[in-house]
Design a protein around this ligand. Structure first.
Ligand code: 5GP
Ligand code: MN
Length: 341
């Protein structure tokens, strides 16, 4: 991956003296947001900077083992408003795995209030927003963690990456590539993975910690969702699933339990696009996945006020589940008429 060496020099200059740094990730944080934030935090802390990681809301239980994850401040639970104070005092604010402050909701608004800190963006989503001083925007990177690895190595060399940092980065790479099954799998990525592996990380253990650590309720909810809730359109080329709060309660839902469900319809040979609608407090979370040329980033932008990547995107819906599904079916048909699915 070709990163801009001028940016590296700018970062080097920025971190030439001790800084107060805040690292911010997106709402509904995933392994990539957490892994890349914590890795950067570890690297900067080792060089004498004061670093805090903060996320808008909590992350799923099967990511709680990630080294240092317990140190992350969850903005929504921060009743004493420690985060606002830390953000207000920060010299540097790094946004990782998000292309705009709006992806961090209320936390993004808190960050926007600090107008003097240098703002750094390290991200792999399309269409980075304005307002950052140093921008690493690489949609061709399969994960922010791989980009973060590249930035860390360019700054401080491979020696800067120890086993702990390698574990944090590997989680991001593994989860965002679907354990090396999605697009953008380049030779450089595997070279990075080889270097991470050389630090002594336990790859099967990391896999087990993330993918074989669910509750019984999650397994049963998954079966229910695929068996009872998966509907298809356009002769089986497009799928959608939905979960209401009542259904989630029935299976002792814990945050993160539905993560990855949306990928499953794409295991059907002729399936091109899949959607998952999950009830949240006050809105419906929309998750979209596609194969090949079908562009769900555009679909999410156009119909669900969201975005993401070409083959994995998301958004929100503020009407009822029934209306959301109706809107989806209508949108899929429109997309189909334009030859886009
Ligand atoms: P997921 O379906 O796993 O929540 O998200 C898939 C991708 O879409 C991720 O890259 C995520 O950052 C992006 N995404 C999810 N929800 C939203 C949203 O509400 N707005 C935008 N712009 N991107 C989203
Ligand atoms: Mn990511």
């Amino acid at each position: 991956m070709n990163i801009d060496m001028k940016n590296i020099e700018a970062l080097r200059e920025l971190f030439a003296e001790p800084r107060k740094v805040v690292i911010v990730g997106h709402t509904n944080p995933d392994g990539d947001a957490i892994g890349s934030s914590l890795a950067l935090a570890e690297v900067l802390t080792a060089r004498g900077h004061k670093v805090a990681c903060t996320l808008p809301n909590n992350y799923p239980y099967y990511l709680r083992w990630i080294p240092n994850s317990e140190s992350i401040i969850i903005y929504r639970n921060d009743e004493e408003h420690i985060t606002d104070k830390i953000i207000g005092e920060a010299d540097v604010i790094v946004c990782a795995d998000m292309n705009s402050l709006s992806r961090a909701d209320a936390l993004g608004e808190a960050v926007a209030k600090n107008s003097t800190a240098k703002r750094v963006l390290i991200d792999h989503h399309l269409f980075p927003s304005e307002g950052f001083d140093i921008v690493f925007s690489h949609p061709e990177s399969s994960s922010t963690a791989f980009l973060m690895y590249t930035v860390i190595v360019a700054l401080y060399g491979k020696e800067a990456v120890n086993e702990k940092i390698a574990t944090q980065l590997y989680v991001g790479i593994m989860t965002d590539t679907g354990n090396f099954a999605f697009s953008h799998l380049t030779p450089e990525l595997f070279e990075a993975v080889a270097a991470l592996s050389a630090t002594g990380i336990d790859i099967p253990q990391i896999y087990n910690n993330v993918y074989n650590s669910f509750t019984e309720g999650r397994a049963r909810l998954f079966g229910y969702t695929i068996n009872r809730k998966m509907k298809t359109l356009l002769g089986g080329k497009v799928a959608y699933m939905s979960l209401t709060e009542e259904e989630m309660r029935r299976f002792w839902f814990q945050q993160g339990d539905n993560e990855g469900f949306v990928n499953y319809p794409l295991s059907i040979k002729k399936m091109k696009m899949s959607a998952m609608f999950t009830a949240q407090q006050g809105f419906i979370r929309v998750s979209l996945r596609s194969r090949g040329d079908i562009d769900v980033d555009t679909f999410a932008r156009r119909y669900f006020n969201g975005g993401g990547h070409k083959n994995a995107a998301g958004g929100k819906s503020f009407v009822s589940m029934e209306e959301t599904i109706e809107h989806y079916i209508k949108s899929v048909n429109e997309y189909h008429e334009e030859g886009l699915v």
